[in-house]
Ligand binder design. Structure first.
Ligand code: S3P
Length: 443
């Protein structure tokens, strides 16, 4: 969050290779869910590997504001003194959720089941993001929620409604919507079922099971009954594959590179980045595969290789939904054409990632044509230039990796929000061999 009128730039000079053993921060999706379920469980939940980024800290702060005693975070350790599903207190001010769509959409489900009213607000990016995808089904369940006329935040949730379970077919493949409805279902009468059109990340389902809450999965459908209890547990959050993705692409495109990314979550609903890069010819090996707290984890070894363009299979889109900014950089450095279709969701992320990435790639001399639901990119020679990230963390980090194939420096504007998901990005990027400077100026 850039609330002091400071502007943050990355200045990145072309550099040679990426090397080393890196541990990127904890998984953002799992960290959010650990705060939510830990706060609402009976007993004390210990979390390690928590992502201390602005998004997940916003979730943590929301539960503190509702009376949950939370110790930490301290070096990724958080101790939550759970209050039980009925134990939250009304917050005295609106819950400010910064840039975090996951906080707002998942909390919308939980807040719909409370006995008190809550207002949720966000920064300028979150205030533009579509919320009807959660408010409409929640309203069907009996919630009363106000948005702006455009269906955007702030969300005003009137408490004290009796929720009724529903059987909902998601119109878009969205783990946030699925999770929102399952969390509301904890408070609903009867059974709540959600059917997804394509597999999306299933961390909520896995973690509910870890907290002892019965769920039923039947192919694309997941169901739970309201009225149960969550039992406190301990959670070890793996490193975030969405953060590792920047270094996976960086090591693939920078000649002579070899990077080992340690302890990365490789949940099958998140590994689109590995599947797509491998199809493009990347040299990626998984080592030491293990399961930790219900989530599969591995060390990922990536060596430089010569990438080629592909038509990205549409079924991989939800499995790599946050990785397209950096995959577009891989495509720009690859031989031939890369074509993405079926990814219109990218237009409603922290920025319009189709438009913003196409604009940035064109600035760097790459032929990148945005389409309604994707992009067509011709691999080419990346030049230097000044890129607008529009405050989108993943755009800023993606263009940092472009410098590994660039002929001249790349300056990236408006990078403060990198702290939402990857607070030590600049430090780790430097450690791996990227020539990056952070410049903060007042305006
Ligand atoms: C997330 C789901 C995805 C993803 C977001 C995190 C989650 O959003 O883009 O960064 O933690 O459930 P959608 O559900 O909108 O696809």
């Amino acid at each position: 969050m850039n609330n002091l009128n400071l502007s943050t730039q990355f200045i990145v000079h072309p550099s040679g290779t990426l090397r080393g053993v890196l541990r990127v921060p904890g998984d953002k999706s799992i960290s959010h869910r650990a705060m939510m379920l830990g706060a609402l469980a009976n007993g004390i939940t210990q979390v390690s590997g928590f992502l201390e980024g602005e998004d997940t800290l916003a979730t943590l702060a929301a539960f503190r504001a509702m009376g949950v005693h939370i110790e930490g975070p301290h070096q990724g350790q958080v101790i939550l003194h759970g209050v039980g599903l009925q134990g939250l207190q009304p917050p005295t001010t609106p819950l400010y959720l910064g840039n975090s769509g996951t906080s707002m959409r998942l909390l919308a489900g939980l807040m719909a089941g409370q006995s008190f009213a809550v207002e949720m607000t966000g920064d300028s990016s979150l205030s533009r993001r579509p919320m009807r995808r959660v408010t409409e089904p929640l309203t069907t369940m009996g919630a009363q929620i106000e948005t702006t006329a455009q269906g955007t935040p702030p969300l005003r949730i009137k408490g004290g409604q009796r929720l009724q379970g529903i059987d909902y077919h998601l119109p878009v493949a969205s783990a946030q919507v699925k999770s929102c409805l399952l969390l509301a279902g904890l408070y609903a009468n009867g059974m709540t079922c959600v059917t997804e059109p394509a597999p999306t990340r299933d961390h909520t389902e896995r973690m509910l099971t870890g907290f002892g809450y019965p769920i039923q999965r039947n192919g694309p459908q997941v169901c739970l009954s309201g009225g149960g209890q969550l039992q406190a547990t301990s959670i070890e959050v793996p490193a975030d594959i969405s953060s590792a993705a920047f270094f996976m692409v960086g090591a693939s495109i920078a000649t002579g590179s070899e990077v080992l990314l340690e302890h990365v979550g490789i949940n099958p609903t998140r590994i689109g980045i590995i599947n797509i890069l491998r199809q493009m010819g990347a040299d990626i090996h998984l080592h030491n595969e293990r399961e930790i707290g219900g989530e599969p984890v591995a060390d990922i070894l990536v060596r430089a290789s010569s990438l080629h363009g592909i038509h990205i299979p549409e079924e991989q889109v939800p499995l790599a939904i946050d990785e397209f900014p950096v995959l577009f950089i891989a495509a720009a450095c690859a031989r031939g054409e890369t074509r993405l279709t079926g990814a219109e969701e990218l237009r409603v992320k922290e920025s319009d990632r189709i438009q913003v990435m196409a604009e940035g790639l064109q600035t760097l001399g790459i032929d990148a044509q945005p389409t309604r639901d994707g992009m067509v990119i011709q691999g080419g020679k990346i030049q230097g230039g000044v890129i607008q990230s529009y405050g989108d963390h993943r755009i800023a980090m993606a263009f940092t990796m472009a410098s590994l194939c660039a002929s001249n420096p790349i300056i990236i504007e408006d990078c403060a929000n990198v702290a939402t998901s990857f607070p030590n990005f600049v430090y780790l990027a430097k450690q791996a061999g990227i020539d990056i400077q952070l410049k903060v100026t007042g305006n």
